[in-house]
Design a binder for this molecule. Structure first.
Ligand code: BGC
Length: 759
């Protein structure tokens, strides 16, 4: 570059930076406490300060008793308040009042496409957290669902950053408005469970800023989230708990986060790097941020100013959240009717109808015989696998829900049909010899044959077969990813056999993540996805099947034709190799943390390096851009009505950088039942100057219409939300081009189009 070119480049950079200058950085309400905090910090000893920077018990960190500053009490999250454990062991305390509402898990919440419901959800959970005496809920879980097999897909929201962001904001606001801090997790790029404690995510900056960070950013900037949990993995070479780029440059400097960062449990790996990079609390224990930190300050390796900064960030949250005295917690059962109603509302609105040949809603006027077949008809999903579950006072399983709602209007006969495989890390497998394991397998095979025989007999005599299958909480779990997405425990085979004796099959899948539907889809007259749907899941499912409510959920992820079509698989980026032991399982078992070993492994096809070479082409962005057919597209879902879209308009055709593109169109319910349509607006760039996915979701709304009702719907797309991350200049930048606006009912069903110009 010659001098003139250099000058020009600097000027461009200067103006771009000025455009996103200080004024744009979100100003947290937490800053109001800083003067008071100055006084407190001035009175604290170094020991008292360091004492706040690590776990006191498994789910708390210390305050300063001498100064009347209460401890911080944490609780899992994210889909119900976890039962009370002994303070320093993972054993349940065994009290009664810690029973909490089991809310539909993340993917179910996302399937409602309703930020308003997410707000109610956060609020309801906060009410229960207060009754339990907690200050901070470890949720929402908002990582992007990058791979269909991801163990925590059920807990995360969506494959799309915009949908995830809108829901994260709702959840966080609802929760914090009730005086409980939210803790956004797992920051960042914890998109797989296999080797989560070791894996180094190698990701380009554009994909990071445009796909993986937006849910976190939105919850910080728009909902003023008070807490963030750093993830177990590394991002671009640095553990998330000591990642200066993530914790300081992006989170605090760019987004204006003023609260506290706690490490995932056992996910801290250093003393100096962690505290200096922006970690406030090592959880649990004090391996790195206890004595070692104190010594580092005394030796002058870490300055006390850094310690003060970290203490200040914790104190801000402490001041914003009223502590609950010990003797006021757990006085009454946390789960109460008002919160249970929220669990029902979310469940009822989350169910996705994928196919309906007209068999639904079920007609009961002739008192049909309904054969309910499948293990998931009676299974509950509040607990299972590794990690947080909810000890709930009740959970309505699908069969019970159906019986509640049908009463004597049909004859319901149940057969289990298949048996879920036992948890592969469960106690049943410990210390078993190879012969014993083989014998167990044979026993299971014999049992499976008997169950199938019984199911076929029941199915043959029924008018309708309601097959209730899917995954469960031991198939989908924290700590490991699924090996494939096939329906487990021989369900495909079973449905094939049922179809031979009775073609009237309605299939309900109780799964939190995608399944391969190639067998059940064509054999079912109707197909629904009913999620891990909380305490009221069975009632919600029955109401939808019977037409008491119209299904209105939409897929928050793509259902691929086959697993290998999905981006990370198609590119050979996943799985990276053998799965090692899990960091959290090791922590609970008191085993030595072996994550440091990862440092010694060379890059290139090793199990501890995840290369995100699909870049921004995650989920539908990949299928669309690469023209890969799918089983059901992102955003898809039917109702018992039908909708017509017409007359898409915008007030003008050219938009500047500070404009908002307001688009309006007419929507009419042309069916004969009230129903909700989730209208979705995508943008497609016609002549861009940088690369983009074929289209991206930028606005949506869930609209309720009575039969024959017509409504003028408007959706807003701020032009700012169309910027891209310019990697060389390290700023958000505009890409002026012709933009095609798509409005439709899913990523695969665009009904209206209009071109506008971005200046
Ligand atoms: C999980 C976190 C959870 C923590 C405490 C970890 O294994 O990754 O999501 O909050 O445990 O239970």
């Amino acid at each position: 570059m010659n001098t003139i070119e250099k000058l020009f480049a600097y000027l461009t950079l200067f103006f771009l930076m000025a455009a996103c200058s200080q004024d744009d950085v979100h100003r947290s309400a937490l800053l109001q406490y800083d003067e008071q905090i100055d006084e407190i910090i001035a009175r604290m000893t170094l020991e008292e300060k360091v004492n706040m920077l690590h776990g006191k018990h498994l789910f708390s960190s210390a305050g300063v008793e001498r100064l009347g500053i209460a401890d911080m009490k944490y609780t899992d999250g994210p889909f119900g308040i976890r039962e009370e454990l002994h303070s320093d062991s993972w054993q349940p305390l065994g009290i009664e009042n810690d029973r909490a509402t089991f809310f539909p898990t993340g993917s179910a919440l996302a399937a409602t496409w309703s930020p308003e419901l997410a707000c109610e959800y956060g609020k309801a959970m906060a009410i229960e957290a207060r009754l339990r005496g907690k200050d901070m809920v470890l949720g929402p879980s908002i990582n992007i669902q990058r791979i269909p097999t991801g163990g925590r897909t059920y807990e995360y929201l969506s494959e799309d950053p915009f949908l995830s962001a809108r829901l994260s904001v709702g959840y966080t606001k609802g929760m914090q408005d009730q005086g409980v801090a939210a803790c956004l997790k797992h920051y960042a790029l914890n998109n797989q469970e296999n080797n989560r404690g070791r894996v180094n995510v190698v990701v380009g900056e554009r994909a990071m800023h445009e796909i993986y960070l937006p849910p976190f950013r939105a919850a910080v900037e728009e909902a003023d989230a008070f807490g963030v949990m750093s993830a177990y993995n590394k991002v671009n070479g640095w553990w998330c708990a000591e990642n200066e780029i993530l914790l300081t440059q992006i989170l605090r400097n760019d987004w204006g986060f003023a609260g506290m960062v706690i490490s995932d449990w056992g996910g801290t790996h250093s003393t100096v790097e962690s505290v200096e990079s922006g970690l406030n609390v090592e959880m649990p224990g004090k391996k790195y941020m206890g004595e070692a930190l104190l010594d580092s300050v005394k030796a002058g390796v870490v300055s006390e100013e850094v310690i003060d900064r970290r203490v200040r960030e914790i104190l801000r949250v402490r001041m914003a959240i009223q502590p609950i005295p010990e003797d006021e917690a757990n006085r009454e059962v946390a789960s109460q009717p008002a919160q249970q109603k929220v669990a029902y509302d979310v469940a009822a609105r989350s169910i996705v109808l994928l196919k309906n040949d007209g068999i639904l809603p079920l007609a009961l006027d002739r008192r049909p015989v309904i054969a309910v077949i499948g293990d998931n008809a009676t299974q509950t999903m509040a607990k299972g696998g590794i990690g947080a579950g909810v000890k709930t006072p009740y959970e309505v399983a699908p069969l019970d829900g159906l019986k509640n709602k049908v009463a004597d209007r049909a004859e319901i006969v149940y057969a289990r049909g298949y048996q879920s495989a036992p948890f592969r890390f469960g106690r049943r497998f410990w210390n078993k010899t190879a012969e014993e394991l083989e014998e167990m397998r044979k026993e299971q095979e014999r049992a499976a044959l008997d169950l199938k025989k019984e199911a076929l007999e029941v199915a043959a005599k029924a008018d309708i077969v309601l097959f209730i299958g899917g995954n469960n909480r031991t198939v989908e779990s924290e700590g490991f990813d699924r090996r494939d997405i096939f329906l487990p425990s021989g369900q495909d085979e079973l449905v094939r056999s049922i179809a031979e004796v009775n073609p009237n099959i309605v299939t309900v899948l109780v799964s939190g993540a995608p399944n391969d539907l190639n067998v059940v889809q064509p054999l079912s007259k109707a197909l629904l996805l009913s999620w891990f749907n909380g305490s009221e899941g069975g009632n919600a499912m029955a109401d939808v099947l019977l037409g008491n409510s119209s299904p209105g959920g939409r897929l928050p992820f793509t259902l691929p034709m086959k697993l290998d079509d999905s981006p990370a698989y198609a590119l050979g980026n996943y799985p990276q190799g053998e799965q090692g032991s899990d960091i959290f399982a090791n922590l609970v078992a008191g085993k030595k943390d072996d994550s440091r070993k990862a440092d010694t492994i060379k890059p290139g096809n090793d199990p501890n390096t995840a290369i995100y070479s699909e870049e921004s082409l995650v989920g539908y962005r990949w299928f669309d851009t690469k023209n890969v057919p799918v089983m059901y597209p992102f955003g898809y879902g039917l109702t018992y009505a039908s909708f017509e879209y017409s007359d898409l308009t915008t007030k003008k055709n050219k938009f500047g950088k500070n404009d908002v593109i307001s688009l309006t169109f007419d929507l009419e319910n042309t069916g004969n039942m009230p129903a909700d349509e989730v209208v979705q607006a995508y943008v497609h760039r016609v002549n861009p100057s940088v690369e983009w996915p074929y289209k991206e979701l930028k606005a949506f709304s869930r609209v309720t219409l009575q039969p024959g009702e017509r409504k003028n719907v408007s959706l807003d797309i701020p032009v700012k939300s169309l910027m891209y991350w310019n990697e060389s200049l390290q700023v958000w930048a505009h890409d002026p081009c012709t933009l095609e606006l798509f409005v439709g009912a899913s990523a695969g069903d665009i009904r209206l189009k209009k071109e506008v110009i971005l200046r």
